[in-house]
Design a protein around this ligand. Structure first.
Ligand code: AMP
Ligand code: GLY
Length: 427
């Protein structure tokens, strides 16, 4: 079979490696892919992940048997709709279903209408009305741009001055462009965060192993928000009891709500949850695999990934048992110094001769230079993942391997998994 994966980050590298475990897979094309992914797939750097007509033409002309659309932008732009029109089976939600991530106003209204637990909120399209509302609000409060904003469209002002500045940033300075035409102002919730990715064909659901992201740039959750600096799986806060409550009050009601709205969700639905004193609540939905959650979740998947994705596409997921390995996984992101603000690119990367069998490198932001060397080309450069019987061992192995990869300005957090380990000791 010939497969196509749209995207070019660590998440896509993890998906591609897993798809290749199926012996029927002959070739995987990555559009655009990256320098490291080129070790596992045929990369097409000329075709960007948002270039829907070029992606569809490529899929047609290369007689692609199955496509996976991984990033949010092409999903929101209708890449899956267009591939389907061209007769190409694929994994991912149609544009109408991708609104669950692409519009926070859509997702908040969906949760309110169908009684799915989430933070209380108001929607504003007029900055004056938003400012008026904030005068009587209590702080901290959460202000979110409606649309996609590379994970940066969420601001948490601590007082009225900061809140006024946040509204100005989003709605007047238009820091996130049209994504800020509307904003959601919502209640600040507290509690540990859990990411749950789930395969779903619109009706049946197979939640994956839970995980924990580390979004802030600095140790002890300080500094700016990033795309994610590391992950661990499973997440100790996601107990069997919490999982049961989530299934009954969040997962199944969300699928039913999407069906009732005429846009059943097929693909990977990501539930960003907060375990509040009042129970689990939805912080956000993503219409796709999370990054870097995927880099700890997929290594623990036992069932063949392509078979699951085909069952999602064919709406037969309910007939399949999705199985997971025991044990844990940890991923430490190696970033370019300065990320998520200004950073330099083009630094030559060096790798160890060999890696332990339980360690995998997922390439996120690198490319091949004219001499065939891997050089950095992005903020998040590499994910170093280890699997092991326990989280403690997985973390030790991931950190040991992270030491053996080098490039000028390499930056990493040193406390990935620390909170998860402390939570496990407290249990
Ligand atoms: P999001 O992009 O929606 O995941 O938001 C980014 C981060 O902001 C989340 O991972 C949370 O840490 C934080 N956040 C978002 N919404 C809330 C909320 N209602 N209360 C507290 N923290 C929040
Ligand atoms: N790690 C969070 C995300 O993928 O949006």
């Amino acid at each position: 079979m010939k497969l196509l994966v749209v995207g070019g980050g660590g998440r896509e590298h993890a998906i591609i490696q897993k798809l290749k475990e199926n012996p029927a897979v002959e070739t995987v094309y990555a559009l655009p892919g990256n320098g490291g992914i080129a070790q596992d797939a045929v990369c097409v750097p000329e075709i960007g992940a948002k270039d829907i007509p070029a992606i569809v033409d490529f899929a047609r002309s290369h007689a692609i048997d199955f496509a996976v659309v991984a990033p949010d932008d092409p999903l929101a732009l209708g890449c899956v709709d267009k591939l389907h029109e061209a007769g190409i089976p694929c994994f991912g939600p149609i544009a109408k279903a991708a609104r669950i991530e692409a519009s926070k106003v859509f997702s908040k209204n969906l949760m309110k209408k169908y009684g799915i637990p989430t933070a209380g909120y108001e929607v504003f399209d007029d900055p004056k009305a938003a400012l008026e509302y904030l005068k009587t609000a209590s702080f901290p409060i959460v202000i979110k741009a409606d649309g996609l904003a590379l994970g940066k469209g969420v601001l948490i002002p601590q007082d009225l001055d900061e809140a006024e500045a946040a509204v100005k940033t989003i709605m007047e300075d238009r820091a996130f462009g049209d994504s800020g035409n509307e904003i959601v102002i919502e209640e600040f919730l507290t509690g540990p965060e859990v990411s749950v990715l789930a395969f779903t064909d619109g009706t049946a659901i197979a939640p994956m192993v839970s995980s924990m992201d580390h979004k802030r740039a600095g140790d002890n959750d300080t500094g700016l928000n990033t795309g994610g600096m590391g992950t661990v799986a499973p997440n100790p806060y996601y107990t069997a009891e919490v999982a049961r409550v989530c299934m009954d009050t969040i997962f199944l009601p969300t699928l039913a709500a999407m069906r009732a709205e005429g846009c059943p969700f097929k693909g990977c639905l990501y539930f960003g949850l907060m375990i509040t004193p009042d129970g689990p609540k939805v912080i956000e939905y993503n219409c796709r695999f999370g990054d870097p959650e995927t880099q700890v979740v997929l290594p623990l998947l036992k069932t063949d990934l392509l078979t699951i994705m085909q069952a999602v596409e064919n709406e037969t997921l309910g007939e399949l048992e999705v199985e997971w390995h025991d044990g844990a996984a940890a991923c430490v992101i190696l970033a370019s110094g300065g990320y998520p603000s200004h950073y330099e690119k083009g630094k030559v990367m060096t790798f160890p001769e060999g890696l332990p069998a339980n360690v995998t490198l997922y390439h996120a932001g690198d490319k091949l230079d004219g001499e065939g060397r891997l050089v950095t080309s992005g903020g998040r450069v590499l994910g170093v993942t280890a699997t092991a019987p326990t989280l403690k061992e997985a973390l030790a192995d991931a950190y040991a391997a992270a030491e053996t990869v080098d490039f000028e300005g390499k930056y990493l957090r040193h406390d990935i998994g620390r909170r998860a380990l402390a939570a496990m000791e407290g249990q």
